[in-house]
Design a protein around this ligand. Structure first.
Ligand code: WT7
Length: 648
């Protein structure tokens, strides 16, 4: 983020107080901050009471071997039981768990008892396929109810799932399956996107060719499109589930039993398998869902408009909302299909009370114009949230005014795949929101901004965002790589978690998260690694060298801009850009496709050979190039800007 944007942000003086009625009936009141400060672990023990434990825990936190945490030591529970059975047992089986809206307009209303029955059938089916506690299962599905069923069936059996976003390529899916040695893949023929069926099964077929551990592929029929079939390996979901009993007795697992692995991009090429475990994750997601969204399960209709393939979906479409017995909306498709007002039609149709989405979506709606949401009645909304990237004050105010009718609080929530739960956010009934600021660490969470030496910075200054105390939903490690876990998060500053983000404390001590300070980009709220895209580019025969930067983009936050040096043998004409974009899509996924590809003759490097992405970002953002004194050859930047040509 540029210095001007930064100072604009910090001069933002607008304040939005919580509405009086929300403040009066808020789930979490201001006294929670002091209570949590006075006895943090006691506060978390109290939050753990939202969960039904089969065996109570004996210790809240074991931090005797940092940074390897054990939360709710000795406790045993079943995550699926907590999300489903206990609500049915409490007499709430007829409450709607999901209003599902398919992109073509098909709908399904699923109650808690129906969901429980389906999850039991799926669990029984997986048992028949030989799945045992601890086995890993990959899920590569569109946004349909079966995705939740599959996840909870895994959780019920203690078989950690790894959900791979349907937009990832076969190669990316293969790498994830191999990394966590998944034995079963659950997929679909396809899903509906942008008005047409989009196939998933071919990517699975290609991926599992190189995954000898995969013995079965379960296929949900969603679009009805043709699929290739491998007899003995491939099974239709309906065939194996249909014959199963709707009864299954859940087994209680240790609080630290692995719940899932979610892959995310780091600063090196290889994605990191972020491991979340059962007890702490459920406590953390249910507590934050209840407090940040002020959930009233009897009356709210809650909508996280994100994909389950990302952590936002895991924590706030599946585990948090279900643990809290909430009614949620699940939408399969794109926001503008078949018309640009689809989301607002859905809000009106189901009378959504809470909406949670990414700033990218909000900025896109701003571009399309306020007359689109004006066509629908959005007055059911009482609270709206934002996640995934910094929200600029303009987008925040537009969101509040145009979608929230000028009355709903906006909660700008900062967190990460690694944190598992929201960490920094206003409390809707307590905090006077400032547009653009995530405000304060939630009660129970300790965040700070530190300088290079790890010292806390005074109000009015910027630095690195850190988390100073462990929290229940924290990642436990990187799957199969404890050293990388320690190195990535716990080594930059002694004894504290380094998030990888820059942040600023304003004069009031409120937090403004500014974006990544490492080689990680954020495109439309999706995390991408510059080095991962660079390795994809150099694996193409035409490319000799590549450097990728995230350049500011008014809609997507950042956009991928690639600088490439072509091999002498490559003919510079033709469709180099097209070829390279396609190649990146096939290596990683369409989300990683560069917006621009610029052919250059040299790349700016330090004397030790490190690419100076900062200078390339200046070029990509059309600014005067900054300090070049540490370049090995300071004439390089001139050569780059003069000779640069967009690849055709
Ligand atoms: C990165 C984490 C959290 C679920 C979705 C993304 C950025 C996230 C905010 C926010 C400013 C934010 C950070 C963070 N980020 N929320 N409210 N304000 N930046 O999860 O893919 O793990 O990405 O997203 O840079 O480190 P993720």
């Amino acid at each position: 983020m540029s210095q001007t944007t930064l100072s604009n942000l910090l001069h933002e003086t607008r304040r939005f107080d919580p509405p009086a009625d929300l403040a009066a009936s808020a789930n979490l009141k201001a006294d929670a901050y002091a209570a949590a400060d006075a006895d943090r672990l006691g506060f978390w023990a109290a939050q753990a009471e939202r969960i039904t434990w089969d065996t109570p825990f004996t210790e809240v936190l074991d931090w005797s071997n940092p940074p390897f945490a054990k939360w709710f030591v000795g406790g045993k529970l079943n995550a699926a039981y907590n999300c489903l059975d206990r609500h049915v047992e409490a007499g709430n089986g007829d409450r709607v768990a999901y209003y599902f809206e398919g992109e073509p307009g098909d709908t399904r209303t699923i109650t808690y008892s129906q969901l429980k029955d389906e999850v039991c059938q799926a669990a029984n089916a997986l048992i028949e396929l030989g799945v045992k506690a601890g086995d890993r299962i990959a899920i590569y599905l569109p946004m349909i109810p079966e995705t939740v069923v599959a996840m909870l069936a895994c959780a019920r059996l203690g078989a950690p799932h790894t959900v791979v976003f349907g937009g990832f390529s076969a190669a990316a899916l293969r790498d994830r399956i191999i990394d966590c040695q998944a034995e079963i893949v659950i997929t679909a023929d396809g899903g509906n996107r942008k008005g047409k069926p989009s196939a998933l099964k071919p990517a699975v077929d290609e991926a599992v060719k190189e995954c000898p551990d995969v013995r079965n592929v379960l296929v949900v029929k969603r679009t009805g499109q043709d699929v290739d079939w491998t007899d003995g390996r491939d099974l239709w979901w309906d065939d194996v589930l249909g014959k199963q009993s709707t009864e299954h007795t859940p087994e209680a697992f240790d609080a630290e039993h692995p719940l899932y692995v979610m892959y995310t991009s780091g600063t090196t090429g290889k994605p990191k398998g972020i491991l979340h475990t059962t007890g702490g994750y459920l406590v953390g997601t249910s507590y934050t869902h209840w407090s940040v969204f002020d959930i009233k399960p009897e009356t709210d209709v809650y909508w996280t408009a994100a994909d389950i393939g990302w952590v936002t979906g895991h924590s706030y479409i599946v585990y948090g909302p279900l643990a809290n017995g909430t009614t949620s909306i699940m939408y399969e498709g794109t926001p503008d299909t078949p018309h640009p007002g689809r989301w607002w039609e859905i809000v009106e149709k189901y009378k959504a009370t809470i909406l949670y989405c990414a700033p990218t979506a909000i900025r896109t709606f701003m571009k399309v114009g306020a007359e689109i949401p004006a066509k629908n009645d959005l007055t059911s909304l009482r609270l709206i949230g934002s996640v995934g990237e910094p929200i600029n004050p303009e987008a925040y105010v537009w969101y509040r005014d145009t979608i929230g009718g000028g009355k709903t609080p906006v909660v700008d929530t900062w967190w990460q795949t690694e944190t598992g739960m929201i960490m920094i956010s206003p409390l809707p009934g307590v905090t006077s929101g400032k547009p653009g600021s995530a405000m304060n660490a939630l009660p129970g969470v300790v965040a700070d901004v530190v300088d290079d030496a790890g010292e806390s910075v005074p109000n009015g200054s910027g630095g690195y965002l850190v988390l100073k105390e462990p929290w229940p939903a924290m990642l436990r490690t990187i799957w199969g790589d404890d050293d990388r876990y320690v190195d990535t998060y716990w080594s930059r500053f002694k004894g504290v978690y380094f998030a990888g983000d820059g942040a600023k404390k304003d004069e009031d001590g409120d937090l403004w998260v500014l974006g990544r300070v490492d080689d990680v980009m954020n495109v439309s709220g999706h995390r991408l690694s510059t080095t991962e895209i660079e390795s994809a580019l150099v694996s193409h025969p035409k490319v000799a060298e590549a450097a990728v930067v995230g350049a500011s983009d008014v809609t997507t936050g950042q956009a991928v801009v690639a600088f490439v040096i072509l091999r002498a043998s490559a003919d510079g004409g033709g469709d180099v850009a097209d070829d390279l974009r396609r190649h990146v899509s096939s290596q990683i996924g369409a989300i990683a496709r560069p917006r621009s590809i610029l052919v250059v003759s040299e790349l700016p490097k330090t004397r030790s050979g490190k690419i100076m992405r900062r200078l390339l970002r200046d070029v990509a953002e059309d600014r005067e190039v900054g300090d070049v004194s540490t370049l090995a050859d300071d004439s390089v930047m001139g050569a780059i800007t003069e000779g640069m040509q967009p690849a055709r």
